[in-house]
Design a protein around this ligand. Structure first.
Ligand code: BES
Ligand code: MN
Ligand code: ZN
Length: 499
């Protein structure tokens, strides 16, 4: 869907539908809603009086204007109670309005966004409305060949604003567009089946990102990794016929001497568990085990498009985890890129293996911060549920930054402790570490393992095993790949600039 900004008054705009937001508990209509209500001879107040529409969160109603104004329909979307209002409600309200219109087979709409919904945050209000609209309309359809002509999609949304706010609105729309494109990019990669989205294909997608200004891409192949001693990553790859790839994307928007921020994303294009094979049920969902990799690729893409004055590196170790004839076996010992040795007790704890090499490599950049994103542990889903990102790390300031970025983007982050005590669980009898610490505190011991390879840099680990894939439609996350942490990382990066 294209999003345009139009100078004008919503009551005068000609469209298939003019979208208005309303609060559940506001006594009187104001602004555009009031104007349109008067013009239409009280169509909105009649609907409200009938209680057919109560402006509950994301509730949608469609009114036909019957020639009383240039737009054919008024679409009301609920924001809930004014006292409970936040940007998340706005994202959801716009997502439901647009989805409702799409389902009615309407292809074009206009919207009035009340810029003063949150005082002093006009640009964030516009950004949230447009992001919600775009993200909620996401569909993954390349493999649908039967009945393709019946697929519905919106073509155009026009944000109507007065001349005074035009440039502010336009720049907020541009930002929202860049960020939503990055989320779409990640969702497309994650949704693609593992027979398409191989490590080589991820590398290909990374090269496409590198078409941008100040972005370069380097892909290390198997031979190069052998030469460098990335044996933990190679160990995981050894059961598969697909070549592993170590993908390096570098964006240099900052000064030459500025230390980079390194984003590391798990790129397991399919996780069968390996010799410690997973049960068949829902194993298909393990095509999403590269969600962290897709997220950091989306984030660096958006950072480049936003031209942030930062240096950013994204590292994506990409491989399959399959039980082939030369696969890793429980008990095998690997000498990782860092030089430390790892006893593999469970081949299904492969994410931490490939990340150990990537994190050790990350520290060579002498980065100002390292953030890794991974669908790392089922234990995180047990601890925090399907919607929440687990956060662990060594640097309080960095954790605070991630936390406040997440609050702005509506992504839910909860910290788990990384106390010294937990490190005992990953000590190996015959190697330096073992790759599982057993079931108790599985998310924490996984992070404790990662911490051994990070070196002395501020580091945060985000476990997205829960929210990477959504089983049910959410407000602006249609069921399937969520693209979680793309927006969070972009917000974190943008905030780093302002300092
Ligand atoms: N990719 C999985 C974690 C996962 C599980 C992500 C469910 C999304 C949904 C990871 O590689 C894994 O298999 N972890 C094991 C670790 C265990 C063997 C120590 C797990 O969580 O069971
Ligand atoms: Mn696994
Ligand atoms: Zn995995």
């Amino acid at each position: 869907m294209n999003v345009f900004v139009k100078k004008g008054v919503p009551a005068d705009i000609k469209s298939e539908a003019i979208i208005l937001t309303l609060f559940e508990d506001s006594k009187k209509m104001t602004g555009d809603a009031l104007k349109i209500d008067k013009l239409s001879g009280g169509l909105i107040s009649e609907l409200i009086a009938s209680r057919d529409f109560e402006a509950k969160p994301s509730q949608v109603a469609v009114i036909y204007t019957r020639g009383s104004l240039p737009s054919k329909r008024i679409v009301l979307t609920g924001l809930g109670k004014q006292s409970e209002f936040n940007l998340e409600n706005l994202r959801a309200a716009f997502a439901s309005a647009l989805r409702h219109l799409r389902d009615m087979n309407i292809r074009e709409a206009a919207a009035s966004i009340n810029l003063n919904l949150i005082p002093g945050k006009k640009d964030q209000v516009v950004q949230a409305a447009v992001e919600g609209s775009l993200l909620g309309l996401y569909q993954y359809t390349p493999y649908k060949t039967v009945g393709r002509e019946d697929l519905k999609d919106m073509d155009e949304l026009n944000i109507v604003t007065d001349a005074k706010d035009f440039s502010l609105v336009e720049s907020a729309v541009k930002k929202a567009r860049i960020i939503a494109d990055a989320v779409y990019f990640a969702r497309d990669l994650i949704s693609a089946p593992a027979n398409e989205m191989t490590p080589s294909m991820m590398a290909q997608k990374a090269r496409e990102i590198a078409g941008r200004k100040n972005v370069s891409c380097k892909v290390l192949d198997k031979n190069k990794m052998k030469e460098m001693g990335m044996n933990a990553l190679l160990g995981v790859a050894s059961g598969s016929n697909e070549e592993p790839k170590f993908i390096i994307l570098e964006y240099s928007g900052g000064k030459k001497n500025m230390a980079p921020i390194v984003l590391v994303g798990k790129g397991l294009t399919f996780d069968s568990g390996g010799i410690s094979i997973k049960p068949a049920e829902k194993m298909d969902e393990m095509k999403t085990d590269m969600s962290g990799g897709a997220a950091v690729m989306g984030a660096i893409m958006a950072a480049a498009d936003l031209q942030l004055p930062l240096n950013i590196t994204a590292l994506i170790p990409a491989t399959e985890n399959l039980p082939g004839g030369s696969a890793l076996k429980p008990g095998d010992i690997l000498k990782s890129y860092s030089g430390k040795t790892i006893e593999v007790l469970n081949t299904d704890a492969e994410g931490r293996l490939i990340l150990s090499d990537a994190l050790a490599y990350a520290s060579e950049y002498k980065p100002q911060a390292v953030v890794d994103v991974a669908t790392l542990t089922g234990a995180c889903v047990i601890a925090l549920g399907d919607d929440v990102i687990g956060m662990l790390g060594t640097d309080d300031k960095l954790k605070k930054e991630i936390d406040s970025a997440a609050k702005n983007t509506g992504e839910l982050v909860w910290e788990l402790p990384l106390w010294e005590k937990y490190h005992e669980q990953i000590k190996s009898d015959i190697a330096d570490y073992k790759n599982t610490g057993g079931r108790p505190a599985g998310t924490i011991t996984a992070a404790a393992f990662l911490s051994k390879f990070v070196g002395d840099v501020p580091w945060v680990h985000l476990d997205i095993a829960g929210p990477a894939w959504t089983a049910k439609d959410k407000a602006y996350i249609p069921k399937g790949a969520s693209g979680i942490t793309v927006r969070l990382l972009v917000e974190f990066l943008r905030n780093r600039v302002e300092k």
